[in-house]
Write a protein that binds this ligand. Structure first.
Ligand code: ZN
Length: 239
């Protein structure tokens, strides 16, 4: 039986690595994106480009990369007054979380992903949630994913599996994973076409890609890239 997966694919660095990971592990891979009025909506425009480039540069993955889905979750913007969807500065609140946190976002995403997967007969959901990141978003934690998997399986009477290949990786290790899965071609796609900047800035190009260079997402991506290069020093990376 063919093994199918649905990747939560935003067009960012993490989900690009997840897409490549899924393409190495499954026979057929579909992608799902959400439009919820995020101000880095430019990420959504990057989704198509990343998919096109993966098709073009990786003939072995071409036949596996299936349909793309984009769901309108504008209502998430209505209930969250935070820096990702409103025009406000990014800062850290008293509970230690940055105000880029949209409460329960990944729970909503996974519920819709599972509903779509149910309809399309897909058993595996792949997401870029990660506990190692600085942010400590509670809906990215491994325990939350375990609980969510159980809730989805009980509530939909299915045997979904949530795979989170980045859960225990830091950003440097995510760059490393991309390199191991797709070599310099995948690094190039990640740098040139994936987007992570919270402010949606693509006017400046750094060695790690496009962004404002100063928001928490850019800082994390830049720092991870430098560490990745340092760890591979003398290793023949064509960066
Ligand atoms: Zn930025």
């Amino acid at each position: 039986m063919a093994k199918n997966a649905l990747v939560l694919f935003s067009g960012g660095q993490d989900s690009t690595a997840c897409l490549a990971w899924a393409l190495t592990h499954f026979d057929r891979v579909e992608t799902l994106g959400f439009d919820y009025g995020q101000r880095h909506a430019v990420e959504l425009a990057c989704r198509k480009k990343v998919r096109d480039e993966i098709r073009r540069r990786f003939p072995q993955w071409q036949g596996k990369l299936g349909q793309d889905h984009l769901l309108d979750l504008g209502l998430l913007g209505q209930v969250s007054d935070c820096a990702l969807t409103a025009e406000s500065e990014i800062h850290f609140a008293e509970n230690g979380l940055p105000n880029t946190f949209v409460p329960g976002r990944n729970l909503v995403f996974l519920t819709f992903a599972a509903a779509l997967a149910y309809r399309r007969n897909i058993d595996v959901l792949v997401g870029g949630m990660c506990e190692t990141d600085y942010s400590g978003y509670p809906d990215c934690r491994n325990n939350t994913m375990d609980a969510m998997q159980l809730a989805l399986n009980l509530g939909m009477d299915r045997h979904f599996r949530i795979e989170t290949p980045l859960m225990w990786l830091d950003k440097a290790q995510t760059w490393q994973l991309a390199y191991e899965l797709g070599g310099n071609d995948l690094l190039e796609i990640t740098r040139e076409h994936s987007h992570t900047c919270y402010l949606g800035d693509r006017s400046r190009r750094f060695e790690w890609g496009y962004g404002c260079g100063t928001c928490p997402a850019c800082e994390l991506r830049a720092k991870g890239y430098q560490e990745f290069l340092q760890r591979n020093e003398g290793g023949g990376l064509a960066c």
